[in-house]
Design a protein around this ligand. Structure first.
Ligand code: FBP
Length: 274
């Protein structure tokens, strides 16, 4: 029997194809102004329009922004980069013990109103406040079904009792759980090796992208991790600091794209940074 497409599933697929044109993607994450504060941005990139323009020139596949930033920068990304609206967030100003949760900071309707191609929401899997984030995620997923809006889960295992959030067993559990609650795409932690990341990819039927992490000392180190992610079956990276904390952000995105989309070697990609 031919599978029946619902109107909503068509909408999700149409939007997903605008982001993952060849099934893979390099996405710029820029929600750090709320999550970490302005200290995360080097001087020329404190103006979000500057960095958006730089990554647009590199042809980045999508950009993930909170609602307010998307509104303020729309002339920089519109018709140039597909938008993903991050609908949950928190600040690092909170007391440490209250940092294991994410609050709703936008709705799926806001994302529709902004012309977005997807929404993103974090769950700190295993956190004491997982219950609240799960209910929140379920409501977001339900709204995404109504609007045909793809949903990216920032699947971050985290909690005061969790000594190693990059442990493969914990990361693959989070990646699997994300799929089980309705994520269409997953952004999760690097587990330290190609072999272990392959276990993460295998554990979930949903495309897995690696979450960038803190800026590596040398660009090459980040490119090497990206190469291993792709070899492990990952579908790309969602990267923030490793791009916007470097002056040559355009070239850095081009180098990452070369590995993700053209299966280039790290040496080949490095030539774009020379
Ligand atoms: P990076 O590539 O800079 O790590 O960005 C990915 C990201 O998930 C952001 O979307 C988010 O603001 C930040 O990392 C979360 O950082 P933390 O691990 O400190 O919560």
């Amino acid at each position: 029997m031919k599978p029946v497409s619902t109107v909503s599933s068509v909408g999700k697929n149409v939007r997903l194809r605008r982001i993952l044109k060849d099934g893979k993607a390099v996405i710029l994450a820029m929600d750090h102004g709320i999550e970490h504060g302005p200290k995360d941005f080097i001087e020329p990139h404190l103006d979000p329009n500057v960095i958006i323009d730089k990554v647009a020139k590199a042809g980045v596949d999508a950009i993930m922004l909170p609602r307010g930033l998307a509104r303020l920068t729309w002339e920089s990304w519109a018709n140039r980069i597909p938008l993903i609206v991050k609908v949950t967030g928190k600040t690092s100003l909170r007391p440490k013990e209250r940092q294991y949760t994410q609050n709703l900071i936008a709705t799926v309707e806001d994302a529709v109103a902004l012309g977005a191609e997807a929404v993103a929401a974090t769950v700190y899997w295993g956190a004491p406040e997982e219950e609240q984030m799960l209910e929140q995620f379920t409501e977001i997923a339900a709204a995404c079904e109504v609007y045909g809006m793809p949903l990216l889960n920032l699947a971050y295992p985290r909690g005061p009792h969790m000594p190693n959030q990059n442990d493969v067993e914990i990361v693959r559990y989070a990646a699997r759980a994300a799929a089980e609650v309705g994520a269409d795409l997953i952004k999760t932690y690097w587990t330290g090796s190609e072999e272990t990341f392959r276990e993460v990819v295998k554990a979930t039927p949903v495309p897995v992208l690696m979450s960038g992490g803190a800026k590596t000392e040398e660009p090459r180190q980040f490119l090497e991790v990206t190469k291993q992610v792709m070899r492990a079956g990952g579908k790309g990276v969602v990267v923030g600091r490793n791009v916007f904390q470097r002056e040559n952000a355009t070239e850095m995105v081009k180098a990452i794209m070369k590995i993700v989309h053209e299966d280039a070697s790290v040496d080949e990609a490095m030539k774009l940074l020379k």
